[in-house]
Design a protein around this ligand. Structure first.
Ligand code: ATR
Length: 286
């Protein structure tokens, strides 16, 4: 694919991430290292955008000549109304994490779900077709992941959530695309013995509450894939306990790396250096 980057600002590509707060985002570090490795002159900057300024900030993507931006909390849903076009991924999930500027026409994409699935397949289970999957959580992250998982033709997806109604609503919404069910956390036990892949999308176990467990580890069985979206810490208590029980574990860093890799590939038309991106983040996490 031909690079479109050279059309912007004397050949330099301008990129960034909009959020509130934005100071702790690892994206500038990761994309900065990627651009350098790709030999593309440009910059990826943190952009602190308050909710009331979002419309103006999105318009400034055009006026300042940014090739694109990532969008993070709390703007992923609100940003949609300011864009010219929405890709199928953004429409299906109802949220945008990547904007591409084509000569002033802004298109919104969502690379979170596909980034997660690419990472899961690269690092833990190469074929998800026929897999029996359980997703813990029914919020924004779960939504993107369920949408992307359905593209892989799994046998079934059970969504388990503290608020069971939300799990059932999400399952009902996608029921035309596969076999889905929504359950409460209390009912996980009876389903888990038949599950091949368990995915935690909640923040339970995230720094600083690192003792948290989203599931009773006694319910896990050897050979099961256990995946946690959290990457701080890199090895959550869930993953540590799963490894002790003979499970195949998958951490959340890959999702972060691959959602960024897809975005970079949309902006530059070139293959993203995922190994360098991952290494940069691993080093920064210590
Ligand atoms: P995200 O975009 O990261 O998914 P979210 O949309 O706020 O964030 O969703 C958070 C998810 O984590 C929800 O499924 C939430 O459960 P509820 O729907 O019952 O609120 C789940 N969650 C958050 N904290 C939790 C906790 N302490 N125990 C269990 N589930 C929790």
């Amino acid at each position: 694919m031909e690079s479109t980057a050279v059309k912007y600002k004397n050949g330099d590509i301008l990129l960034g991430v909009m959020g509130d707060p934005i100071g702790h985002s690892k994206s500038p570090l990761m994309h900065g290292a990627a651009l350098k490795a790709m030999g593309i002159p440009g910059a990826y900057v943190p952009l602190h955008v308050k909710p009331e300024d979002l419309g103006e900030a999105v318009h400034a993507i055009r006026t300042l000549g940014f090739r694109g931006v990532n969008v993070t909390i709390p703007h992923k849903v609100a940003v949609m109304e300011y864009l010219d076009r929405l890709d199928g991924s953004a429409l299906a999930i109802g949220a945008v994490n990547t904007i591409v500027n084509d000569d002033g026409v802004l298109t919104g994409y969502n690379t979170d779900g596909i980034g997660y699935v690419r990472s899961l397949k690269a690092e833990a289970i190469s074929d998800l077709s026929g897999a029996r999957i359980m997703v813990i959580g029914a919020g924004g992250a779960a939504r993107g992941i369920v949408a992307a998982l359905l593209q892989e033709a799994p046998a079934s997806i059970v969504i388990a959530n503290r608020t069971a109604d939300k799990a059932q609503d999400l399952a009902a919404e996608w029921s035309g695309s596969g076999s889905l069910a929504g359950i409460s956390l209390d009912d996980m036990g009876e389903h888990l013995k038949d599950i091949d892949v368990l995915i935690n999308t909640t923040s339970v176990g995230m720094y600083p509450h690192i003792d948290g467990l989203p599931v009773n580890p006694a319910l896990l069985h050897p050979g099961m894939v256990v995946s946690d979206l959290i990457y701080n810490p890199l090895h959550t208590r869930l993953l540590t306990e799963s490894l002790e029980r003979g499970c195949i574990i998958h951490g959340g860093l890959g999702m972060f790396v691959y959602q960024g890799a897809y975005a970079l590939e949309y902006w530059t038309g070139q293959t993203a250096p995922v190994d360098i991106m991952r290494q940069t983040i691993e080093e920064s996490l210590g």
